[in-house]
Design a protein around this ligand. Structure first.
Ligand code: SF4
Length: 469
């Protein structure tokens, strides 16, 4: 029987199988940041252990960093302590550290791919749920807890139960205004936040084959939001072209050898999956969430379900109460207070280019605060080179410096209680963007158009956007 790409990578990394079938999995790359690494470093110190493979560990500061005046000391004492502790630990244990001010600093799931550290066939972990992003390259990449961070630091291995295999196939042609974010929000709305539990997902079919690497990262990033352990897409020429020439990618003959191996990774024709889903691309429309988990999504022209249409009624009722919305209502026309374009889901140069194309020569609505936060210093530099930052500023957007920003309320960029934010991030949980903040998840296209209009609109109704759609 053939193997899936997940099995090929996983099997190649099993060091030993323990009693009860638990496997010892070798980890190729370990990304760390300031939030989940301090306890793990303390654990190593307490036990008198060295960091086993510092050259396979890479650190960056992202969650706690301010996105204004990064050259100044961090004003918030807790954030300053987190960021400084990471720097000290990296110095002490010999880890490459892309801290504030470093040209490679940025959100951990943005810098790994853009530096060519993330490569097909690898196992990659980070003490962060959205490590699934790296699966876009055909890697087995997943988030781990703090005690597991310490385990990887000490041994470069993890003790794990093997997840089940799921394949989600989307074939056909998506319609106008449908972006990778809409594809994944649609899938999660169909499967629910527990639909992928216990599985590692492979995305297959025309829609993912035709996506750019950045679009594939958006999709894999949100695999965790349907409860999956991770998600991946088989590498192909698009993947190889993206990686070639990046700072830490193999070059010359080594690159050709790597590509020869990467080409063996896609799932065999006769590989068997535990669970399969098939969707038709033509059914997908631009999406928006209305509730407090990413599975509570509807098409932009749709209506919030009625109470009798949902299974978990109490959760639904509480969500709508938190969001200040009613069952059965349309979101079109709803006034918005903030637009946040950023996060490891949608803060790459393609996202910024798209937003700049839409807002060029226009002005954001007066009732909206619009913030755009590049995922990395490299993205910010590229945006400057292309004049994108200028276009965005002229449209009234605040162009910030790289970091997680308003994706989560762990730094200065918070949405005030009760206010509505349209966001390109991946989570709309209660309080995620700040205590009491109300979040609608959308694609960068919708976020840009909503920033211009100051209310929720369907971008497809704007004739002047025909060339973008
Ligand atoms: S951008 Fe958001 S989801 Fe991504 S790593 Fe940062 S906090 Fe986590």
């Amino acid at each position: 029987m053939g193997k899936t790409i997940f099995e090929k990578i996983w099997d190649a990394h099993v060091v030993a199988t323990e009693k009860g079938g638990i496997e010892v999995l070798y980890i190729d790359r370990h990304f760390i940041h300031e939030v989940t690494s301090p306890q793990a470093f303390s654990e190593l110190e307490k036990r008198g252990l060295p960091l086993f493979r510092p050259e396979q560990t890479v650190a960056t500061a992202d969650h706690n960093v301010p996105t204004w005046n990064q050259h100044l000391p961090i004003p918030d004492p807790l954030s300053r302590k987190q960021v400084n502790t990471l720097e000290e630990n990296c110095r002490k244990f010999g880890v490459t550290h892309y801290g504030l001010g470093h040209p490679h600093q940025g959100i951990v799931h943005v810098i790994g791919p853009e530096l060519g550290i993330t490569q097909p066939g690898m196992t990659i972990v980070c003490g962060d749920s959205h490590t699934s992003t790296h699966g876009a390259f055909g890697t087995v990449a997943f988030g781990i807890g703090t005690s597991q961070v310490a385990m990887v630091m000490a041994s470069q291995c993890l003790l794990l139960n093997r997840p089940k295999k799921m394949r989600i196939t989307v074939n056909g042609q998506t319609g106008p205004g449908v972006f990778p974010k809409d594809v994944i929000l649609y899938i999660i709305s169909k499967l629910g936040t527990g639909g992928g539990t216990g599985h590692f997902v492979e995305y297959a079919g025309d829609v993912f084959r035709n996506m750019s690497m950045e679009g594939r990262m958006t999709v894999c990033n949100m695999s965790i939001e349907m409860g999956a352990r991770g998600g991946l897409i088989a590498p192909d020429q698009t993947t190889f072209d993206y990686i070639k020439g990046r700072k830490f990618a193999p070059s010359g003959e080594a690159f050709d050898q790597a590509v020869a191996y990467w080409k063996t990774l896609p799932s065999d024709e006769d590989a068997v999956f535990d669970t399969e889903y098939h969707f038709d691309a033509a059914d997908i429309e631009p999406m928006i969430t209305y509730g407090t988990n990413p599975g509570m999504g509807i098409k932009i022209t749709g209506r919030i379900p009625q109470l009798d249409e949902v299974s978990s009624k109490e959760n639904f009722r509480k969500s709508l109460e938190y969001m200040g919305l009613q069952p059965g209502m349309s979101l079109l026309g709803k006034k918005i207070d903030h637009v946040f374009i950023g996060s490891c889901t949608n803060s790459r140069i393609e996202d910024l280019r798209l937003v700049a194309r839409i807002v060029k020569g226009r002005r954001k609505a007066a009732n909206v605060q619009a913030m755009i936060v590049p995922g990395s210093r490299q993205v910010a530099d590229q945006a400057r080179e292309e004049g994108i930052d200028q276009v965005l500023r002229e449209a009234g957007f605040q162009m910030r410096e790289a970091g997680c920003s308003a994706c989560l309320g762990m730094n200065e960029d918070k949405i005030p209680p009760g206010e509505y934010c349209v966001s390109t991030s991946n989570r709309n949980f209660e309080g995620r963007q700040g205590p009491g903040a109300r979040t609608f998840l959308v694609s960068p296209l919708l976020a840009a158009v909503i920033a211009l209009e100051g209310r929720i609109v369907d971008a497809r109704t704007y004739a002047e956007l025909a060339d973008v759609l």
